[in-house]
Design a protein. Structure first.
Lengths: 111, 111
DNA sequence: CGTATGCGCAACCATTTGGTTGCATTTAGC
DNA sequence: GCTAAATGCAACCAAATGGTTGCGCATACG
């Protein structure tokens, strides 16, 4: 295992967990066009209650994936892409290591 | 939202959910060097019971991330990187869309 | 052949999760 | 100022999750 992968796992797991729900992943993709959206607007395209959506948004917020801003009587939510990048790097690390392992195996077989 | 992102969410969410546990993510990084490992060996580096590890491995198998092969009295587990790639693409899709949104915003502000 | 190792299965348990409903509170707009 | 819209808060609930222990079974090995 890579040296600091234990730390990486500890940091990345909550992000993956937050993305690991269909409703939440759809919320993230909804917000991924960059436009902040209100809760009711986000609820319109979903199949569950506004309260459920609110809970999901707080879960995403807890993972650092979104942030909410109050504007008048509306609460607007927008994407916070830093953590997304972190998750992406974690996956890339794993697949890169796997690719290197495959490469070593190929060379070993060919020799 | 992108046209088929609903489908993407349905397919990707279970993968993220499987990766969204610290123990499981560490199992994946353990296996990411390409060498298949037995359950007891994987348990050695973990903090929980062999049974817990077995359960986690089955969760990862259910998500298509690992596969197990019986060899004598040992059950060896290895990474199945196709699904990893799928999750990686999903994240990349989201961040790309976000990048494009930022680009549009920048051009709008500058004009 | 007997023993120790590696696993699988099942039961059980506490906690978390995802969801609902009901009601209170703030703000926009006529 | 009154009404309707948007949200927050709290209680409650069923099901899933992560973990344990105990036991039984197959296989390697001296």
């Amino acid at each position: 295992m890579a040296p600091n992968s234990a730390l990486a796992a500890k940091r990345s797991a909550p992000i993956f967990a937050a993305l690991g729900d269909e409703t939440r992943l759809r919320l993230v993709t909804h917000l991924s066009n960059g436009e902040p959206m209100s809760i009711t607007r986000l609820t319109d395209t979903a199949k569950v209650t506004r309260q459920a959506i609110t809970k999901h948004l707080h879960v995403l917020e807890g993972a650092g994936l979104v942030r909410g801003v109050r504007q008048g009587r509306e609460q607007l939510w927008e994407l916070a892409p830093d953590k997304l990048e972190e998750a992406r790097r974690c996956l890339e690390l794993i697949s890169e290591q796997w690719d290197r392992a495959l490469e070593r195996l190929r060379k070993f077989v060919e020799s």
